[in-house]
Design a protein around this ligand. Structure first.
Ligand SMILES: Cc1ncc(C[n+]2csc(CCOP(=O)(O)OP(=O)(O)O)c2C)c(N)n1
Length: 345
């Protein structure tokens, strides 16, 4: 791999990792950020490599675990952090937060409704074809999202209409706290998609070279031949499902499995390939500067006006209290839950 490409991918990766680590550090006890966080630490490889190949008018429709795709696709970190603080300088004026983070300037859209990304990318790709644009739409969801019927409608239509959509499934084996083996007999979601005869690709072991080779070839080909492709990458989130608080005290993931993936952190491999402490330090310092100035910018920005309409001590808390009073309590006994065997796939 060319050194310049390797460095670009490493910068994308490190920016995503360090920015999210900072979010964890700052979240509590400050409690100034206004939204929950679906962090993607552990899952940075796909957005980092993809970011290298996307062009200006390509679009990304991402699931709720979106920070990596936003940052790797030239999203402004200061606007993203401001968004989390509910500030009017945020990507969406401080009202969308992490789960709905979107940015028309970079054609980036994310959302909390599982698998909506697949359907929206189909419409977007259709618009691109109609306008004779030579661009692609990328749609990203998780393995849990593959259990929504709309994914198969979207894949079928994109295939039938020859639309340039790169469907990506980040298979991290868990839908919230439930292992894929407890949800389906097909642990590899690409097996389920093959019946549509769409081109399917499986990337195991967070393999940088394989992923780079595949994305290079696939995206070039999609621009020329206007065909959708389905790519499944096996990956793992290092943090809890939604945080920044961890959730491994629920014992839904075996320690062996967590260690297996952490020992194969792609960041370690990337740094070995760069093989220069000096270069790594320089890149790290630049990223830390960007992170510091992004948080300063966010903290100094004005709170979005709309937030002032919510009186948290009054109407809102009354509504929340009455909801909790009425709601049905479900048993959350952890002994009912069987952790998986620990063998990944
Ligand atoms: C249509 C819909 N159903 C259910 C949910 C609740 N929900 C939010 S995240 C999640 C699990 C998602 O798992 P996965 O798609 O594998 O993504 P991951 O969180 O592992 O990245 C669920 C069920 C939702 N947001 N939307």
């Amino acid at each position: 791999m060319q050194k310049s490409k390797l460095l670009k991918i490493y910068k994308n990766f490190l920016k995503i990792r360090l920015c999210q680590e900072k979010i964890i550090d700052k979240y509590h006890p400050e409690d100034k950020m206004k939204c929950p966080m679906h962090l993607c630490i552990g899952q940075e490889l796909m957005p980092s490599v993809l970011g290298y190949y996307l062009k200006k008018n390509d679009s990304i429709f991402s699931h709720h675990r979106s920070h990596g795709y936003f940052l790797a696709n030239k999203g402004s970190m200061k606007e993203m952090i401001s968004e989390f603080y509910g500030k009017e300088t945020g990507t969406n004026g401080g009202l969308a937060g992490s789960q709905e983070l979107s940015c028309t300037k970079t054609n980036f859209y994310s959302g909390t409704i599982l698998s909506g990304a697949f359907a929206m990318a189909v419409g977007d790709a259709f618009a691109k074809i109609s306008k004779k644009q030579n661009n692609i739409s990328v749609a990203v969801i998780g393995d849990g999202g593959m259990e929504e019927g709309i994914t198969f409608e979207a894949i079928n239509l994109a295939h039938l209409m020859k639309l340039p959509v790169l469907f990506v499934c980040e298979n991290n084996m868990y839908s919230t706290h439930t292992n894929i083996k407890e949800r389906s007999r097909t642990s590899l979601v690409s097996d389920r998609v093959k019946g549509f005869r769409i081109k399917t690709i499986l990337v195991k072991n967070q393999n940088l070279y394989k992923l780079d080779h595949i994305l290079n070839k696939t995206i070039n080909n999609m621009r020329k031949n206007k065909e959708p492709v389905f790519l499944e990458i096996l990956t793992y989130r290092f943090n809890g499902h939604v945080g920044p608080e961890g959730d491994d005290h629920f014992n839904y993931r075996p320690k062996k499995e967590i260690n297996y993936w952490k020992h194969r952190d792609p960041l370690v491999k990337l740094e070995k390939l760069i093989n220069s402490q000096k270069i790594i330090k320089e890149i790290k310092n630049d990223i830390i500067k960007e992170i510091t100035s992004s948080f300063n910018f966010a903290e100094k920005s004005k709170l979005a006006k709309k937030w002032e309409q919510f009186n948290f001590n009054n109407g809102y808390s009354k509504a929340v209290k009455s909801f909790y009073k009425k709601r049905i309590f479900f048993s959350s006994k952890q002994e009912d839950h069987k952790p998986s065997s620990g063998k990944p796939y």
